[in-house]
Ligand binder design. Structure first.
Ligand code: PBG
Length: 328
């Protein structure tokens, strides 16, 4: 924008003027950085489809957390890749689980960093689905609820500041809320992945978290992209079940859902700028087809403009650095 318009008059443009008249701002406090923790030692493995994003083992993780914290980012969301998987996804709720270990380590050294944990079974089940299966290999919603509740509780016991259920099982927020409440964790908030659409844009994450379904897909429990009202209804139901923060995911194809949710509900709203959205930007940037920094800034600004309060994004570190440098 060369000449910002104020009351119909064209003013001389400058970065300072643009900042002054802008009504949407991205700031460090909006950002949540996802981190992947993998069982093992000395691991610092870049994810091929997500340049700049790594899997860390517990012994290498804290260096990364220090970088994140030094950049002034105040929250991370932790995903785990366990050593072994089974039908039940028991690594998700084990006291010695990879996420539980990581949370204890992070909170010991960075007590002020807000640590959010993803509550799902897909990284832990041998079949890669987000819940346990019935005999005819379908996801068993109700049997899964108990395991999700156990998972959230064990994460809270490890020191997680907030839990984020992402499996899209019906009733998951209620089950987790009552599990936390009855075990002395009534003050741990829930950020629910409420409007989570089935999406091709999760592809790179499934490499990163080693969680691609072994058969079928997630369409029976994630939403179809053609449905607007259902997304809003999912948010409403989650709020009724006790969610403190609601989320729309992915972000870019769903800006309308973010915007409508912002109008309709007063709860804090998170947008998850997912793995595939990151990969696209990185790929086009690396090819020199589109300038990367400007793309990222435009995307994050767009999410704020649509109405998101919280931006979960793999670009968080870069964005925080530009903000720190005054290079936005
Ligand atoms: C776990 C989960 C997924 C993502 C976040 N939590 C994967 C999925 O639902 O398939 C995706 C995040 C991303 O793509 O960055 N269920």
């Amino acid at each position: 924008m060369k000449y910002p318009l104020i009351r119909g008059r064209r003013l001389r443009s400058s970065a300072g003027m643009r900042r002054l008249v802008g009504d949407v701002r991205v700031c460090k406090d909006d950002l949540v950085m996802p981190v992947f923790v993998r069982a093992g030692k000395k691991i610092c493995r870049e994810i091929t489809s997500m340049p700049g994003i790594f899997q860390f083992s517990p012994d290498t993780l804290l260096k990364e957390i220090e970088k994140i914290s030094d950049l002034g980012i105040s929250a991370v969301i932790v995903f785990g890749i366990p050593e072994e998987k089974d039908e039940q996804g028991s690594g998700a709720f084990s006291e010695q689980g990879i996420v539980q270990q990581a949370v204890r380590l992070i909170k010991a050294d960075f007590p002020d960093l807000l640590v959010i944990t993803d509550v799902c079974l897909c990284e832990y089940t041998s079949h890669g689905h987000c819940g346990v299966l019935t005999e005819d290999r379908e996801v068993d919603n109700d049997a899964t609820l108990e395991l999700l509740s156990k998972t959230a509780l064990s994460q809270a016991e490890s020191g997680a500041d907030m839990v984020a259920p992402s499996s899209m099982m019906d009733g998951q927020v209620k089950a987790i809320r009552s599990g936390l409440d009855s075990s002395g964790f009534a003050r741990i908030p829930i950020m629910s992945y409420s409007a989570k659409y089935a999406s091709a844009f999760y592809g790179p994450f499934r490499d990163a978290a080693d969680s691609a379904p072994g058969f079928g897909d997630r369409r029976s429990y994630q939403m179809d992209c053609c449905r607007t009202r259902e997304g809003l209804r999912e948010i409403e139901l989650d709020l009724k079940e006790g969610a403190d923060i609601v989320m729309v995911k992915p972000a870019l194809c769903y800006l309308d859902i973010i915007s409508q949710a912002r109008q309709k509900f007063s709860a804090p709203l998170a947008a998850y700028n997912v793995s595939g959205e990151y990969s696209m930007v990185k790929a086009a940037g690396a090819k020199g087809w589109i300038p990367e920094q400007i793309m990222v800034q435009e995307i994050l600004c767009g999410l704020k403009r649509a109405g998101a309060d919280i931006l979960i994004t793999y670009h968080a570190k870069e964005a925080a650095l530009w903000l720190q440098q005054g290079n936005w």
